[in-house]
Design a protein around this ligand. Sequence first.
Ligand code: GAL
Length: 338
Amino acid sequence: MTKEIFETVNHETIYKLSVTNKNNVMISCLSYGANWYELLVPTEHGPQNLILNFSKVADYQRINPYLNMSIGRTAGRIGHGKFNLNGKEISVPQNEGDNTLHGGPHGFHNTNWESAVDGQVITFTKNITADYDQYPGNLAVKITYTLTDDNQVLIDYYAAADADGIFNPTNHAYFNLNTTDQNVKNLTLQLRSSHHLALDKEKIPTGETIANAHTPFDFQTTKTIGAAIDNMQDTDEKGLDDVYLIDEHPENEPIAILKNPDENIAVEIYAERNGIVMFTANKFGADQPFIDKTGQPYVGVALESQTVPNAVFDPSFGDISIHQDETKHYQTKYQIKF
Ligand code: GAL
């Protein structure tokens, strides 16, 4: 395990922390954004990184596709930056037109976290104050990345609140399981989801759900991501940026299975949240200097496990509340197979 200086930016030290397991799987993280920086697995071509990354903090700040960032307090969009809490209208700062995306301008993603590494666990902590991000209440947040000897990466999110508020964290990792420089259209995906959410023009859920069966959105049986994307070329988005509702399932079964075409590398995702946002980097381009991957549309796929975003204004879509003196905990587990 190591903790080393990655870069110093505006007099702030950004650390890189890494841990390795007994099978030579290595994960590393950056203190900036409590970011998941690398997921290296040994292959016949040497160690392969299965997630996208940049070499400089400035690239994360300049382009900001939330690349592998910790996201909070709330994943997804809050329309007009407004929601109700205990019968009162709350306004939070907007950062995408009129809306608040991924926690707003002072989200988890663009702050430098306190960091430590111990054994096979990387820990980030931060007091996210109401003064800092303009959400109600102060949150003491801890995010841990644990690499097990069974090749699992566990991301745990803990928050303790001193007042009523909201908490719906995720990680925005973009996977690309190709060992060569290709986009993710050739990867296969199975997703435990029979419905996705209708979105308005600004990608705010309307409250309607749409059945996936017999549509390009359907991943209930395994198919390539490209098969869906090719059927979406007449849409503005030209690919997926959608909220999937996760169906009821036994706790020990994955909600998503992503594989490379040779089926010798796979990532299975396990989580007890009711949604997953799938984003296929549809408009990414050459201005994005990824390490070992050419910036291009579909260069990675983000599968963001979370409570669906419209839970913020409609509790029938899930509970993202956190109460005064309460501690909440969420976990996402990534089982890596190679
Ligand atoms: C996704 C979101 C996309 C895009 C992306 C970050 O979660 O749905 O619209 O903002 O994050 O680039």
